[in-house]
Each structure stands twice: as structure tokens, then as C-alpha cells.
Design a protein around this ligand. Structure first.
Ligand SMILES: C[S@@+](CC[C@H](N)C(=O)[O-])C[C@H]1O[C@@H](n2cnc3c(N)ncnc32)[C@H](O)[C@@H]1O
Length: 248
């Protein structure tokens, strides 16, 4: 499939766009004098110390899974730049593109990381030509999308990655007791008769393996940081899949 053939390119994911725009704008109204903290809280960091530590953890995980200088990377659902700011702090040199659905978050990323590219995109697509990216990654994005929306992002990541390129993403799984509080929280919201501030989605490793196979990727590898994979424990699980390089 070519970049221009993707008819779903025009189909917006409206639920998460609406939810995240509402959350971000509410936080900015609540804390008009601390924009950085308001934006960090709207993407799930309670404190700026946590925001920094989590971003550093993301970068350690990306390095473990093959990030090197000189790469072109694409961060889907980049928020206000928890990972981008950590990449910059780490001294990484390369081409960074961050995509999100909320302009205020992208503006903050640009302010913190001049020279990094951002794109506002509300469709389940990677805004890049075919075979142009070394690494696509995202943290806490598939936790807020329906499985079919996750699959569309995986399929388009395959298209945009160079042969040998990798897709790395975090997800929530029922099998991990550490993820149980999100499940309990969902149940509490539903029992109270409200939907919560946004969708929280769980995936299963078998489904991710099926999505990878259907999209053309290698069998995914899974890590959670407590398995000797040399990156700090992240509270979500990570899936890593590679676009096979048939020329090798
Ligand atoms: C929990 S936050 C994580 C932000 C960032 N990945 C990080 O770890 O700091 C989820 C992000 O996904 C963005 N988002 C929501 N729906 C999206 C969609 N359909 N496509 C891309 N990003 C989306 C939100 O605006 C938000 O920035």
C-alpha cells in the first residue's frame, strides 16, 4: 500500500481527540500560572520530577532497543515532550518528529525542544513518506485507543519504517498485576455511572502478535524492565517489532 492509497488517512479518531483536548484545556484553566506542570499532569505525570524520571526511562528503553545517533525517529502521541525533552537532555543527535492531536501540547514541545519537528494529526497514520523512518515509538498511546485503531497505527508504521526499522510501544495488559489499578479505576467509574476522563484500553500479547503478523512485522518481543533487559522498570509493558529487511 502506498502513502497516497490510504483512504483512512482522512478518518479522524474523534473520541481520544475530544477527550485529550478537554483534559488539556481543563488543566490549563486550573493552573494558568504553571503551564509546564498543567501539561505534564494532563499526560499523566503528577510532578515535574516524575515527568523527568519517566522521560529518562523512555530514552533508556529506546537505547536498549536500538536507538542510536543519526536516526530519524517518530514519536506518536508525543504530548508535551516527556520523551523528546529527555532525548534532548541525553545529548542524542538525530531527527525527531513528534505527532499529537492537541496543539497546546505540541507548542510546549516546540518551546522546550527548538529544532524538533511537530505535526498535528488526528488520523491513525504516520505523517511521513514510505520507508523513511528508523524508529517509530509511543508511550501510553495504545492505552487510550480501541484495538482496531491500534492496528491501523501499526500497519501505517510498517509502511513508514525503513526495512530493518523498529516499532516500540507501551501497553497495558490484564496479566500484569501492576496494571490492575487502571482496571479497578475503570470499574469504579462505570459503577458510578460516568465514563472517566478518557478510554483506558488493555491489549493482549497474542493480539499484538497477530497485529504484527498481519501488518508484515517480525514476531514481537515483549519486555517489562524486570526481565534483565537493562532498562529501568517501566510501569507499562513494551512491545518491539521489526520491519524485516529482505535485502540482508
Ligand atoms: C498519556 S499521554 C502520553 C504522552 C507521551 N507519549 C508521553 O509518554 O509523555 C497520551 C497522548 O496521546 C495523545 N493522543 C490522544 N489521542 C491520539 C491519537 N488518536 N493519535 C495520536 N495521539 C493521540 C494525547 O494528546 C496525549 O498527548
Amino acid at each position: 500500500m502506498r502513502f497516497s492509497d490510504l483512504s483512512f488517512r482522512r478518518r479522524h479518531i474523534s473520541h481520544s481527540v475530544k477527550d485529550y483536548r478537554r483534559v488539556v484545556r481543563r488543566m490549563l484553566r486550573r493552573m494558568p500560572n504553571d503551564r509546564a506542570l498543567a501539561l505534564a499532569q494532563s499526560i499523566g505525570s503528577e510532578t515535574m520530577e516524575g515527568f523527568v524520571a519517566q522521560g529518562d526511562g523512555h530514552v533508556a528503553a529506546l537505547r536498549h532497543h536500538g536507538l542510536t545517533d543519526g536516526m530519524t525517529v517518530y514519536d506518536v502521541g508525543c504530548g508535551c515532550g516527556r520523551t523528546a525533552q529527555a532525548l534532548r537532555r541525553s545529548g542524542w543527535q538525530g531527527q525527531y518528529v513528534g505527532a499529537d492531536v492537541v496543539r497546546e501540547l505540541l507548542d510546549e514541545l516546540k518551546r522546550q525542544c527548538p529544532g524538533y519537528e511537530t505535526v498535528l494529526n488526528t488520523t491513525p497514520t504516520i505523517v511521513a513518506p514510505d520507508a523513511s523512518i528508523d524508529l517509530v515509538f509511543h508511550w501510553s498511546l495504545f492505552t487510550h485507543l480501541y484495538p482496531a485503531e491500534c492496528y491501523l497505527y501499526i500497519a501505517d508504521s510498517y509502511r513508514a519504517l525503513k526495512p530493518g526499522g523498529k516499532l516500540v510501544f507501551s501497553f497495558l495488559e490484564m496479566a500484569d498485576p501492576a496494571h490492575n489499578r487502571v482496571w479497578q479505576n475503570n470499574l469504579d467509574h462505570l459503577r458510578r455511572g460516568d465514563a472517566g476522563q478518557q478510554l483506558d484500553n488493555f491489549l493482549h500479547r497474542d493480539w499484538i502478535a497477530r497485529f504484527a503478523r498481519d501488518a508484515g512485522f517480525s514476531l514481537p518481543q515483549f519486555t517489562d524492565g524486570s526481565d534483565g533487559s537493562n532498562h529501568p522498570q517501566l510501569w507499562q509493558a513494551l512491545a518491539v517489532m521489526e520491519k524485516p529487511d529482505v535485502t540482508r
